[in-house]
Design a protein around this ligand. Structure first.
Ligand code: 5GP
Length: 174
């Protein structure tokens, strides 16, 4: 079985325009405050670059690697494989995510940052699949809502490939 790129869902132009819109909202909501952006590697890399360039506030960036092992339907065990390097206590953390699927990973990460004394914790995702949600997580900032499709490109992979595609497309199994 191999995977190829099916139809394009969002072009680079569409995603960058959306990042501008989303970042403008963040600039407005956090006026006068500073931000601590935490990107989830590796998928959020490209979206994060688009978002951070549009942020006009005093901003630090950091990265986290979390993986979710979904042994059963209801319990996803999330492990942090690479932690943030800075101290998030008292900071306005915005987790930058590629896609919110079941929400399991972010549910744990929200807890993780709140437990470390962040002043606030929100999510800024490029894509969201609400029909797949299992954990009560909704990103405050989101680019596009999509159906239950497996997508690749713009940071998103299939078996570590396709992250470099300059658009989001549907993965097609051959
Ligand atoms: P969740 O904990 O929300 O179920 O998992 C979110 C993670 O699953 C995302 O950060 C991403 O790595 C992966 N994921 C979920 N849906 C897709 C998809 O359609 N395409 C790709 N490439 N990864 C996905």
């Amino acid at each position: 079985m191999d995977v190829t790129v099916g139809r394009v869902l969002f072009t680079e132009e569409q995603i960058r325009a959306k990042a501008k819109e989303v970042a403008a909202q963040i600039n407005e909501d956090y006026k006068g405050e500073s931000l601590y952006l935490v990107g989830t590697l590796r998928g959020a890399l490209v979206w994060m670059a688009d978002i951070m360039k549009e942020i006009t506030l005093d901003t630090e960036i950091d990265f986290i690697v979390a993986s979710s092992y979904k042994g059963t339907e209801s319990t996803g065990v999330v492990t942090v494989k690479k932690d943030v390097e800075g101290d998030v206590a008292g900071k306005n953390v915005i987790i930058i995510e590629d896609i919110v699927d079941t929400g399991t990973t972010l549910y744990k990460l929200l807890d993780y940052f709140r437990g470390r004394g962040a002043k606030s914790v929100e999510i800024c995702s490029m894509l969201s699949k609400p029909s797949r949600r299992k954990a009560p997580v909704e990103p405050k900032y989101n680019g596009f809502v999509i159906d239950d499709l497996f997508v690749i490109g713009y940071g998103l992979d299939y078996d570590q490939r396709f992250r470099n595609l300059p658009f989001v497309g549907v993965a097609e199994l051959r």
